[in-house]
Design a protein around this ligand. Structure first.
Ligand SMILES: [Zn+2]
Ligand SMILES: [Zn+2]
Length: 661
């Protein structure tokens, strides 16, 4: 055959000379695409650009500025990192080097347990740039296991990976390195450097270069704390210098916004070492914001026909045996307490207790959907090394709801939950949502095909009704039911997973929950778990970073600070404070003990939304000078006017345009 025909993603087909590669296909479409292409897919599998195409193949071209393209760039850059390290550090062993979000890493073992210094990173980066400049092709080959073991004779970690894969003991990370079990694929990018890999890669090292090495950290081989400690070098890589610079700028912004630093500077909360890891105490200013968040949440739940409940922090082991937590969630639970001839646990979740409330008396279909809501404190074990400020913490408060409904009510209920969640999140300044639908893993799940089908369909229907785009995560659901996760993007474009709606067919079964239907017969309800903020603590951490500590006026712990210009204006300033307090605002005065300029700067550092300066004219006019955070100074505003304006602003912040479309 002198010509083949391939199928493109838009459904069209294209004729090419036999033996053409994906690179040839890209060139036949256009020179811009040929330049942007770095890999491709053939019949769904990612492959190198140089792979020859077969007749009838479904082909797509991967460009550097796509998610898949960046993944290839990052992984290829990791190879070059390993190449540079092996060349510069005699006796270095290299292990694995995957692409990760925004970048890549590679793990190394240096002789005599040596570690990399910051200077080392600079020289490694320099060598990497030389390798990239020298335009070395990534050449793939397939060899037998025996040959591969010979190639890596001086690299014990590579040999271990090869042996694990070929003996069938491999996990996902090994398979990514090697691919299959009968032969081993290698990528060589110079005579001196070859790595184990399934690929694909960029065609040549010259396609790389918009990267930066970030840091070095210790990492256990295979994450095993008893295994050897390796040196992990992290880097970031992008399709262009602009994209790289934007990313580095985002990181800088993220450091400035670090909630642990801001919580300390703004006196919101702290993590005293005496208290123990992963536990916070809330200071008065942080507690004000928390109370406002909770009040708002309670109000919205009350308006949404939720019924409030309270449950204890401890429970008898029997409860967690019944719920299955002792079987499936033991790692996340704290050690048991023995007392009164019984065993007790801190609760990791509120769900079992809410089931007890449902089951406390006979339920009728007329009561459904029954929506129970609790700001419930739970305690979950997190390893010390993974704790991170408010984002990963050992005790926290969920805005937790369990909704019991009939199968028929499921779709409407989920649909209105989506509205509810988005409208509450918008109030906190989040407008950019991403939805993920996780479906069944048939290997690990309880419940019939029929019920999984119905629930997944209900979740899908709710998303479709909202006309939102969503990703499907095949097999990613919990064993007890499918779910929707909602991610938001913050002010600097970072993604946070906040809310979740989960169907559960397991707990109603284990607790033998029933309601009496309109037919007089007993039926099992569906249970939905729903957390909106996720946890108050984590959500507060995200909010601090999202707003960079500059909370909108309705949430701000101190809404107004009044500054008398001189001692003579103190009395008038105090009367302004009294008027504002009477109007319900959180207001402070900073007396004229220091220079005005210094006091204004202090107020800005504290991120107070409004600074009011009062001097001679203000005393005679009953006015104030309004100095808004990030805005223009306005003089001679009457106190009544200012109160009216702030009242409107705060009211809008709290109630505002609740858009539930
Ligand atoms: Zn590779
Ligand atoms: Zn739950």
């Amino acid at each position: 055959m002198s010509e083949i025909s391939v199928l493109l993603p838009d459904g069209s087909s294209r004729a090419l000379p036999a033996g053409s590669s994906i690179a040839d296909l890209a060139a036949s479409i256009g020179s811009r695409l040929a330049k942007a292409a770095i890999a491709g897919t053939v019949d769904g599998a990612e492959v190198d650009l140089s792979v020859p195409l077969h007749d009838g193949a479904s082909v797509s071209i991967i460009t550097a500025d796509s998610d898949a393209g960046r993944h290839v760039l990052r992984h290829s850059t990791a190879h070059v990192l390993a190449q540079a390290v092996v060349q510069l550090f005699e006796g270095a062993h290299f292990t694995i080097g995957p692409a990760i979000e925004d970048g890549f890493y590679y793990d190394f073992a240096l002789p005599d347990n040596k570690t990399f210094s910051d200077d080392d990173l600079a020289s490694i980066e320099k060598r990497m740039r030389e390798i990239m400049k020298s335009n070395q092709p990534f050449t793939r080959s397939e060899v037998s296991v025996k040959e591969a073991l010979a190639v890596f004779a001086t690299q014990p970690y590579k040999c271990e990976i090869i042996e694990r894969v070929t003996s069938g003991a491999a996990d996902g990370s090994d398979v990514a390195e090697v691919g299959s079990s009968d032969s081993v694929s290698l990528y060589r990018n110079s005579d001196s450097f070859v790595d184990l890999c399934r690929g694909p890669h960029v065609p040549s090292t010259s396609r790389l270069g918009h990267f930066s090495l970030m840091k070095v950290a210790g990492a256990y081989w295979r994450g095993n704390e008893k295994g050897p400690m390796l040196q992990r070098i992290y880097g970031t890589a992008w399709e262009s210098d602009t994209a790289l610079k934007e990313h580095l700028h985002r990181l800088e912004e993220a450091t400035k916004r670090d909630h642990r630093r801001l919580a300390n500077e703004l006196d919101l909360l702290s993590f005293p070492t005496e208290l123990g890891g992963g536990l916070a105490v809330w200071h008065p200013k942080g507690a004000i914001v928390r109370k406002l968040m909770e009040d708002y949440s309670r109000q919205r739940h009350q308006d949404g026909d939720y019924q409030f409940v309270y449950t204890p922090h401890l429970a008898n082991a029997n409860l967690f045996a019944k719920s299955g937590h002792l079987d499936f969630y033991a790692d996340g639970m704290y050690p048991p307490m023995e007392m009164d001839n019984g065993t007790y646990y801190m609760k990791p979740m509120n769900c079992p207790m809410h089931c007890l409330i449902f089951d406390s008396r006979q339920r009728s279909y007329r009561e459904l959907p029954l929506r129970l809501f609790e700001l419930g404190n739970v305690y979950r074990y997190e390893r010390a090394g993974t704790l991170h400020g408010l984002l990963r913490i050992r005790g926290f408060t969920q805005d937790d709801s369990h909704i019991y409904c009939t199968e028929e009510q499921m779709a409407d209920e989920i649909s209105s939950l989506l509205d509810f969640i988005m409208s509450v999140l918008r109030r906190f300044g989040f407008n950019d949502f991403e939805f993920n639908l996780s479906t069944r893993d048939p290997e690990k799940s309880v419940g019939s095909d029929e019920i999984w089908g119905k629930a997944t369909e209900a979740l899908r229907e709710a998303l479709d009704r909202h006309g939102v785009e969503y990703k499907i995560k095949e097999g990613d659901a919990a064993f007890y039911g499918p779910k929707i996760d909602i991610d938001v993007r913050d002010a600097i474009g970072r993604k946070w997973q906040l809310s979740t709606i989960q169907c559960d067919f397991n707990l109603p079964e284990r607790f033998e929950l029933e309601y009496v239907g309109s037919d007089g017969a007993r039926h099992r309800p569906i249970m939905l778990h729903r957390a909106l903020f996720g946890s108050i603590e984590r959500f507060f951490g995200v909010l601090i970073e999202h707003y960079a500590g500059a909370f909108p006026s309705w949430l701000s712990p101190e809404q107004v600070r009044v500054l008398p210009v001189a001692l003579a204006h103190d009395e008038y300033a105090t009367s302004v404070v009294a008027q504002l307090k009477k109007a319900g605002f959180r207001v402070d005065i900073d007396h004229a003990d220091e220079q005005l300029g210094k006091r204004i700067r202090n107020a800005k550092t504290s991120k107070v939304p409004y600074v009011l300066v009062v001097g001679d004219d203000d005393v005679s006019h009953q006015s104030v000078g309004v100095n808004p955070r990030g805005g223009e100074v306005e003089r001679d505003v009457s106190v009544t006017d200012f109160i009216a304006r702030l009242t409107a602003e705060v009211a809008e912040g709290q109630l505002g345009d609740i858009d539930v479309s």
